[in-house]
Ligand binder design. Structure first.
Ligand SMILES: [Zn+2]
Length: 113
C-alpha cells in the first residue's frame, strides 16, 4: 500500500515542479530529485517511524543512497521529463527503493546527529 502512496506522491511532486517552477540550475540530477522525494515519503510511512527524523539523518540517507545510484544529469525540462519517465518503471523503482532502505538502516545504525 505504501508503494502506491509514494508512487502517486512522487508523480504528483514531479508534475507540480514541472508546471510550477523552471529549473533552478543549468543542470540537474534527476536521480537526486527522485531519491530525495522517495526518502521524504518513505520516512513518513509507518514502517520507518522508529528511525530518527532529523534533517541530518535525512540528508545522510539521501547522500548515501545517491552514492550507490547512477546520476542522471539533464540541462532542460524536456530532458528532465524524459529521464524521469525512463527511471519511473516498476523495476527501477524497486531497485532505487532497495538502495534507499539499505541507507535508512545504515544511518539508523550509525547516526551522525
Ligand atoms: Zn537524526
Amino acid at each position: 500500500m505504501i508503494k502506491f502512496i509514494y508512487i502517486s506522491l512522487l508523480t504528483q511532486h514531479l508534475t507540480t515542479s514541472e508546471k510550477g517552477k523552471q529549473m533552478d540550475k543549468d543542470y540537474i540530477n534527476v536521480m537526486e530529485e527522485i531519491v530525495s522525494t522517495l526518502v521524504n515519503v518513505l520516512m513518513m510511512s509507518p514502517d520507518y517511524q522508529t528511525f530518527c527524523q532529523c534533517s541530518k539523518c535525512r540528508n545522510d540517507i539521501i547522500s548515501l543512497s545517491l552514492n550507490s545510484l547512477p546520476s542522471h544529469y539533464v540541462t532542460s525540462d524536456e530532458g528532465r521529463k524524459m529521464i524521469f519517465e525512463q527511471l519511473n518503471t516498476t523495476e527501477n523503482r524497486k531497485w532505487i527503493n532497495k538502495r534507499i532502505i539499505s541507507a535508512i538502516h545504515t544511518v539508523g545504525k550509525f547516526p551522525k546527529h
